[in-house]
Design a protein around this ligand. Structure first.
Ligand code: NAP
Ligand code: G4F
Length: 374
């Protein structure tokens, strides 16, 4: 009998990679999708390619982690061996606009799932993974951050996830449940939501290089993150649930880069160099040279529509947050030792994969607009 996994948040970035991993391992995968007025399976469809709808490998159920009866009914029906709670209002900036909803979903959502497992008497059968985050460290108390670093969240998102973290620990300690946190640092991919900083950059720069847009407007480009690849990180989620004993793990690369460095690495793939002038809100990113695009990036030099001296990055006040997490850098030693996990995909490779994917998207837009390349 194959194991049953229930993934909340399956329509998000991590849901796509995790479902693929679990299907490969022979799991029967159930995914919770929300009822929305647009097609929220499009990311999975793009990821799995033709045949996704027909093969019905993933068993979808409508559900929402803000709805206790629905969640309890689902768990009662499926009786999963493993639950991966990835569902969240996961955008930090948006959490300042929707603090109560963020708490309902990100804090109480975890509690609803844990309580459903307990009240259904599944606490010895069902293992629970909580998608915790490096945002818990917020205004960091030490660097790099480990499982023992004190938390200091800086947003309604971080504060909500703090409850999710502790309620997971509490159900483990109170009821002997196998409930564990992955404290994951930022992880990205071509499937990343379009308003997170890395994807916003690769989408906009691809369009700028090919002449579909003029300028990218950014917030705090000096902030530093420890960026890994989602494909590597979902493997850690699975490993965390395969241990003898439930424990919490930091999952990170140990390296950090600024948002500015991410921009520099992204334009480099397309053959551009960028220089920075000005300070604060007046800082600008200016094209400083045009070389050959990387051979496999799908664009020829003649397709580049920017020229030396063009201002392609500007700063806009609306993208700054009321409180910022300036720097994050994780120490994944415990995961290395106990899970045998380490990140495989390096920063340069991640940036490259993302920009190449978005250049392809931009080329498709041009093709549809013009019926060919200009
Ligand atoms: P994401 O792309 O934003 O996906 C979030 C998922 O949650 C989507 O499937 C979304 O559904 C679903 N969702 C939102 N509200 C829901 C609700 N009320 N009920 C049920 N589902 C709901 O996030 P991600 O990057 O894949 O991250 C996965 C999880 O890891 C999140 O919990 C996030 O907070 C956490 N995390 C992420 C990172 C990172 O760097 N990516 C790092 C640490 C922790 P729709 O498609 O319908 O919107
Ligand atoms: O890409 P971001 O929006 O990610 P953030 O805030 O680090 O949160 C992500 O990672 C967390 C793990 O640490 C997850 F828990 C969370 O769910 C999410 O996936 O922003 C990264 C940095 C921030 O410092 C932000 O201020 O980039 C800075 N930034 C500068 N300009 C911008 C922008 N961020 C966004 N989204 N948009 C900008 O224009």
């Amino acid at each position: 009998m194959s194991k049953k996994a229930l993934i909340t948040g399956i329509t998000g970035q991590d849901g796509a990679y995790l479902s693929e991993l679990l299907l490969k391992k022979g799991y029967e995968v159930f995914g919770v999708r929300r009822r929305v007025s647009v097609d929220n399976l499009s990311r999975l469809r793009e990821f799995y390619g033709p045949g996704f709808d027909a093969d019905k490998k993933i068993k979808f159920r409508y559900g929402d982690v803000t709805d206790s009866p629905g969640i309890t009914r689902l768990i009662a029906e499926i009786k999963p061996d493993e639950i991966y709670n990835l569902a969240a209002q996961s955008h930090v900036a948006v959490s300042f606009e929707q603090p109560e909803y963020t708490a309902n979903c990100d804090a109480l959502g975890a509690l609803r799932l844990l309580e459903a497992v307990r009240t259904l008497g599944l606490e010895k059968k069902t293992r629970f993974y909580q998608a915790s985050t490096s945002e818990l460290f917020g205004k960091v108390r030490e660097a790099p951050q480990t499982e023992l670093t004190p938390f200091y969240p800086r947003s309604p998102y971080g504060a909500s996830k703090l409850f999710g973290y502790w309620i997971t620990v509490n159900y483990r300690e109170s009821y002997g449940m196998f409930a564990a946190n992955g404290i994951l640092f930022n992880h990205e991919s071509p499937l990343r939501g379009e308003t997170f900083v890395t994807r916003k950059i690769t989408l906009a720069l691809s369009r700028i290089v090919l002449g579909l847009e003029k300028c990218l407007f950014m917030g705090n480009i000096n902030s530093k993150r420890d960026w890994g690849h989602a494909r590597d990180y979902v493997e850690a989620m699975w490993l965390i649930l395969q241990q003898k004993k439930a424990e919490d793990f930091v999952i990170a690369t140990g390296l950090q880069y600024s948002v500015k460095e991410f921009i520099e690495a992204a334009v480099k793939v397309a053959g551009l160099a960028i220089k920075w002038e000005g300070r604060g809100l007046s800082e600008k990113g200016i094209v400083d040279g045009i070389g050959r695009p990387a051979r496999d990036c799908g664009i020829a030099p003649g397709m580049i529509k920017v020229k030396k001296g063009d201002v392609i990055v500007k700063i806009a006040p609306e993208f700054f947050r009321p409180a910022e997490v300036e720097t994050l850098q994780g120490d994944f030693s415990k995961a290395g030792k106990k899970l045998g996990w380490s990140p495989k995909i390096k920063f340069a490779e991640l940036v490259r994969e993302m920009i190449i994917s978005d250049l392809k998207l931009a080329r498709r837009v041009i093709y549809l607009k013009t019926g060919g390349f200009q």
